[in-house]
Design a protein around this ligand. Structure first.
Ligand code: NI
Length: 189
């Protein structure tokens, strides 16, 4: 039985996460135009998959869907009990972003990033310190969000996925080709 369901009563379908260099990860995603139940179910399943991974963000291209959607939770905590194999989750703050657009980008920061689609790689990436983002919710309503810190970094990382950019694209050419080769090699095994 899935511990996620057990502990949080969070229902969903576990989606397959696509790994680099799958072409969907280097494709520019298209806008969402229909705000229906199917979209709501998709977002719920994306959140479920993200919590399960576990990860703090997941973009639609990472589950093989080239649409401008990502989900984030930078607040949840996860505790693993090695003896009982039980996982407890707390402090959920799920966020869904559809058709996001940056209104402002300010300052500079650096953070060690990782990605569910690039397993085993963690590198410092330069990002904007704070952002203002306009986005839609699953009903198609538009919102504006001011974000800084980890939320801002995570939004920039996930938004890159919608533009066909993965975080190693933000590193030097030398590092990028090193990690690219490493990932291709790991995938062949
Ligand atoms: Ni990622």
């Amino acid at each position: 039985m899935e511990s996620v369901t057990q502990d949080y009563k969070f229902e969903g379908e576990l989606l397959d996460i696509v790994t680099y260099p799958d072409s969907v990860l280097t494709t520019v995603a298209t806008d969402v135009t229909e705000f229906n139940d199917e979209l709501k179910t998709l977002c719920k399943n994306m959140l479920y998959t993200m919590y399960h991974a576990p990860g703090i963000g997941l973009a639609a291209p990472q589950i093989g869907l080239s649409k401008r959607i990502f989900v984030i939770d930078v607040d949840f905590s996860r505790e693993e009990d090695e003896e009982s194999d039980n996982v407890t989750y707390d402090d959920f703050n799920p966020r869904v972003f559809i058709n996001p657009k940056f209104v402002e980008k300010n300052g500079e920061t650096k953070y060690q990033e990782g990605c569910l689609s690039l397993p085993g790689i963690f590198e410092d990436v330069k990002r904007y310190e704070s952002i203002v983002l306009e986005y839609q919710d699953t009903d198609g309503n538009t919102h504006t969000l001011d974000a800084d810190g980890l939320l801002s970094i995570c939004i920039q990382h996930e938004n890159d996925h919608l533009d066909g950019i993965v975080f190693i694209d933000r590193l030097s050419n030398l590092k990028k080709s090193f990690f690219k080769k490493k990932l291709i090699k790991a995938k062949r095994k």
